[in-house]
Design a binder for this molecule. Sequence first.
Ligand SMILES: *[C@@H]1O[C@H](CO)[C@@H](O)[C@H](O)[C@H]1NC(C)=O
Ligand SMILES: *[C@@H]1O[C@H](CO)[C@@H](O)[C@H](O)[C@H]1NC(C)=O
Ligand SMILES: *[C@@H]1O[C@H](CO)[C@@H](O)[C@H](O)[C@H]1NC(C)=O
Ligand SMILES: *[C@@H]1O[C@H](CO)[C@@H](O)[C@H](O)[C@H]1NC(C)=O
Ligand SMILES: *[C@@H]1O[C@H](CO)[C@@H](O)[C@H](O)[C@H]1NC(C)=O
Ligand SMILES: *[C@@H]1O[C@H](CO)[C@@H](O)[C@H](O)[C@H]1NC(C)=O
Length: 556
Amino acid sequence: MTYQQLNAPVDIKQIKFRYSLAKWLTTGSMLAVVLMAFYSLFYPVLHGSKHRLHLVTDDNESPSSQPNSDRRNNNNSSSSCRFDGSTTMTFPSEGDSSYTPPSPDDTLWQALDYVSAKDYDQYCASWDPLQGFSDDLHLENQDCGNWQKTFSDLQEHRLQQLDKLKSGAFNGSLSNDEIPYFVSYVCEEDPRHRGSHGCGGLADRMSGMLSTFFYALMTNRGFLMNWQKSNPTSLESVFEQPNINWSFDPKEMKALYNTKTLGRHSVNTLNFNWERIRSAMFPQGPSQDFNELWTAPYVEVKSNRGYIIRTFSHSTRYSEQLENMGLTKTNSFRCILDYLLRPTSGARRFINAYKQLFQMESVLSIGLQIRTDDQAMAHPEDDTNNFETWDYFLNCANNLRDAKRQPHHQRVVYFLLTDSNKLREEFVAMNNNQTLRDRYIQDDATSMVVTGLPIEHIEAKTVKTKFDANITALDSDHARLLAGVNSAVIDNWLLSYTDYRLISRQGFGKMAAFHATDPRSTISLPRVDRKDRSVDCGNPNSFTTFDTLSTWWSLG
Ligand SMILES: *[C@@H]1O[C@H](CO)[C@@H](O)[C@H](O)[C@H]1NC(C)=O
Ligand SMILES: *[C@@H]1O[C@H](CO)[C@@H](O)[C@H](O)[C@H]1NC(C)=O
Ligand SMILES: *[C@@H]1O[C@H](CO)[C@@H](O)[C@H](O)[C@H]1NC(C)=O
Ligand SMILES: *[C@@H]1O[C@H](CO)[C@@H](O)[C@H](O)[C@H]1NC(C)=O
Ligand SMILES: *[C@@H]1O[C@H](CO)[C@@H](O)[C@H](O)[C@H]1NC(C)=O
Ligand SMILES: *[C@@H]1O[C@H](CO)[C@@H](O)[C@H](O)[C@H]1NC(C)=O
């Protein structure tokens, strides 16, 4: 049984979506999703089999002007394939309640035309005419230490203890060995401040979840997590559980531990700043024992703040233990994330279609995450963003490209994530418009690539409820909602898989930076009103360290 199937579609349909949906989906993305749905309905009818993915089986295939097709005129390579500018691609549907991505954007196929023949063939080999792209992200051998099995066993043990407790096997007398110690992360709406004071967007939530897990790891507690279903969807509908089962019912858990013999404790560090996190996590200074912070058998945490990197920098108690586990300041976030959460199968296939391009030997890939303002998403008709304003991102990318390009990089790929449709359109136009290209890219071996997914509002927190343009209309359509949340996940994962990334100084890009394998591969750029203070991106000292990133916004 797959995890997706566990998410009863019936339940989901009954969810009352609230105002807080605005934190996740904005007018712009709703519109985009609707358009996409229509598109996928009509596209096959309108274009029929003309635009399919071609299997190159013989040479009589209609000639193509695509740069790679000349190079790849293998008479006899039946395994070779061709993706062209009008390729549509079906991802196998994983069941009613799960997310099925649209086809990748044309810009992906266009960039593929310029990679080396060897890389192209490997790309083809990973693609199956029936199954599409593999959903295996190949996360093994990622240099993540040796703690995983130990923790999975601990979790198993804690869950068994919990089952015993639930079944009433203990009636009042429990020895310390029998007590199921747990810590949980919960994300709920704050009923007093609808929409604005919840647990934040994807990045905020990731900070809270991963740090709470880190606490569990350091204190031998079992670990559970939950997103309130209506806020905006259950965690299980967005992520699979590759290693441990972290699903639980917060109400049931609360009730269970609400006894004299057991006991529970609530921790809330939502929106804490640097100083307050210090007093919450290290009240006794660097020698702080996390076990002494909260002693109740069940600790429930609400948080959108991180303290993992902080622990590496600050703690004297845990340095040896962490070193023995093989965890470091730069691998912890990534390793914990991959251990706990895996995007659903459809999302992984989509991710792989791009990830493989980004990581080709013949490709130098640079991600650009440009967060404009909420205005662009709320009122697309008033979106005036363009690269005249945002030129410093491209200048930085160009300088970085010129500094990092090696002879084996036949092609450079710029991959843009943004909340502005206008900006995305102009970016894509640079593939074909020589005027724009000369002005902003200044190189003929650079391709612009985007996902084409609905523009998701990337920093939920600030979007708040100001765009409550008919949220009720969405209530009945879980699929749309799921597509929005999955787009944010796909975008974030993809940004972590580029060779380098230029990020806006908010949480979203930072999470991708922490998730990247190379800690010296991210440059953060200032807000547009301070663009004159951008660093020189060709300078090897311009990379933003994890230490610096961990002092910003949701900390680290
Ligand atoms: C393709 O076939 C022709 C003759 O049929 C041959 O001359 C040529 O070398 C072949 N090319 C490849 C790549 O095998
Ligand atoms: C094509 O076929 C020839 C002879 O059958 C073989 O030597 C060659 O390796 C094949 N090339 C490819 C690309 O499969
Ligand atoms: C626990 O259960 C046992 C037998 O089931 C019973 O004899 C004992 O009185 C119970 N203790 C309490 C504290 O309920
Ligand atoms: C995970 O735990 C939840 C809650 O205990 C349970 O309902 C579910 O069946 C478990 N999932 C798996 C795959 O074991
Ligand atoms: C290229 O972009 C410029 C600037 O936006 C525009 O004026 C011009 O019409 C475009 N050219 C083509 C061929 O679309
Ligand atoms: C929102 O949509 C619902 C259902 O589609 C409709 O009944 C309602 O009148 C709409 N409200 C506004 C403010 O447009």
